[in-house]
Design a protein. Structure first.
Length: 190
């Protein structure tokens, strides 16, 4: 692949440290073989994005009356990519991929999974330790919740105990708690 296009989701967080909610406005990371990573960002979100990003990256903004995918195609062309293969990350909305494909007809597109999934799958000793600590924290929360269960508690009561348990540890976490007939359904019901 000559470049990767990464949309908000797990891979964006992995590569930049940015948690971003997918929306109808394109925010995307372009990682080319040469040069700094480049972010396409709605102009009104630029400050919020810059507060979160944890890597050096060029940020190019687009206004509401501009096409972000045309900006992406122009950006790739600026980097010498008018032809070549662009890997599109799995969380990318089809509409963004489709508009990018139309804006850059000289480029070919494929799944970026071989690169992104492979990167995320390799864990450092530090990451493994963080995962171990997260598992321990989860077990501690559930032990405390199970010890606090009382007859008559609602699903919401138990869910609130879980959230409070994580909060006491300075963490965020929750649980889908299902009782009775609701437990027989994948997402329960109220």
């Amino acid at each position: 692949m000559d470049a990767l296009f990464v949309a908000p989701g797990t891979s964006l967080y992995y590569f930049t440290g940015v948690h971003w909610w997918p929306s109808e406005r394109l925010l995307g990371l372009l990682i080319t073989q040469k040069g700094e990573p480049l972010v396409l960002c709605p102009a009104f979100e630029e400050a919020r994005f810059r507060e979160q990003v944890r890597i050096p990256a060029e940020v190019r903004v687009w206004q509401e009356d501009e096409s972000p995918t045309k900006l992406a195609a122009a950006t790739l062309a600026d980097r010498g990519l008018r032809t070549g293969l662009i890997g599109v990350e799995e969380a990318t909305m089809f509409t963004f991929y489709d508009h990018l494909r139309q804006a850059a007809p000289g480029l070919e597109f494929s799944s970026a999974d071989p690169a992104t999934v492979a990167c995320r799958g390799v864990k450092s000793a530090h990451e493994l330790e963080l995962m171990r600590l997260a598992c321990e924290a989860t077990c501690d929360v559930y032990r405390a919740v199970f010890a606090s269960l009382k007859e008559g508690m609602s699903q919401s009561d138990v869910s609130a105990l879980v959230e409070a348990g994580y909060a006491k540890m300075g963490l965020r976490g929750d649980a889908m708690v299902l009782f009775g007939a609701a437990a027989a359904l994948p997402h329960g019901h109220h």
